[in-house]
Design a protein around this ligand. Structure first.
Ligand SMILES: CCCCCCCC/C=C\CCCCCCCC(=O)SCCNC(=O)CCNC(=O)[C@H](O)C(C)(C)COP(=O)(O)OP(=O)(O)OC[C@H]1O[C@@H](n2cnc3c(N)ncnc32)[C@H](O)[C@@H]1OP(=O)(O)O
Length: 177
């Protein structure tokens, strides 16, 4: 399942799109999640809860935590060298996550059936071996680059197509044998 050209274990995966809310370095409102390749089709990521991410006073909003899980699971695309979007995502919120906490995330692909990619993720607090605060089960569906070209707002699509770095990133996913 792991693509032969997948980044080596330990390598930073980088953003799939600079304006992405989950991982984009150019997105001032984003989570700035950083993911690193693991063994097989797995990875780890870190995300620190900011004051802008509150739901209840001093606690992370559940939707923001789900976004961090979604992004972590979506980053598995880099290891499969496949473009896939979230079809279904189910989150368990096991313990509250205070502002300032670094969430230590890990994700892995559990099965692939045609275009369907099943995956799971956990987020731990206090360190990579700390207690689980959130976990998720997901189904991603493989799509072609056309998915974004057909459905995205034209101004952002045009800007992405004019950005050689973005075109290179998109191509890297498309040369999947
Ligand atoms: C040069 C410019 C280009 C730029 C390129 C950039 C490169 C980007 C690189 C990487 C990007 C990654 C971005 C990650 C971002 C983080 C992850 C997100 O948040 S993604 C956003 C949220 N998700 C959506 O917006 C999906 C919206 N939904 C859809 O578009 C469709 O529903 C889609 C594509 C998911 C499926 O539609 P169908 O028509 O293609 O396929 P059907 O036949 O419906 O489903 C295929 C199989 O999947 C099952 N399925 C689909 N949805 C399901 C669901 N919700 N629950 C259970 N099964 C489901 C179906 O039952 C079917 O299964 P059976 O093959 O028959 O066994």
């Amino acid at each position: 399942m792991r693509h032969p050209d997948a980044p080596a274990p330990g390598e930073l995966l980088g953003a799939h799109y600079g304006q992405c809310f989950g991982c984009g370095g150019d997105q001032p409102h984003g989570l700035h999640l950083e993911a690193r390749a693991g063994e097989g089709v797995s990875l780890t990521a870190e995300f620190t809860v900011q004051p802008a991410h509150q739901g209840a006073p001093g606690l992370a909003h559940g939707g923001v935590l789900t976004s961090a899980l979604d992004e972590t699971l979506g980053s598995l695309n880099w290891l499969l060298r496949t473009i896939a979007v979230t079809g279904r995502l189910e989150t368990d919120f096991v313990r509250p996550v205070p502002v300032g906490t670094t969430l230590h995330l890990e994700a892995e692909v559990t099965a692939v059936a045609g275009r369907k990619i099943y995956s799971t993720a956990t987020g731990r607090v206090g360190g990579p071996d700390g207690p689980v605060a959130v976990r998720a089960e997901a189904l991603f569906i493989e799509v072609k680059v056309d998915h974004f070209v057909d459905h995205g707002r034209p101004e952002e699509i045009q800007a992405a197509m004019n950005d050689p770095d973005q075109v290179r990133r998109a191509r890297a996913f498309e040369v999947n044998p």
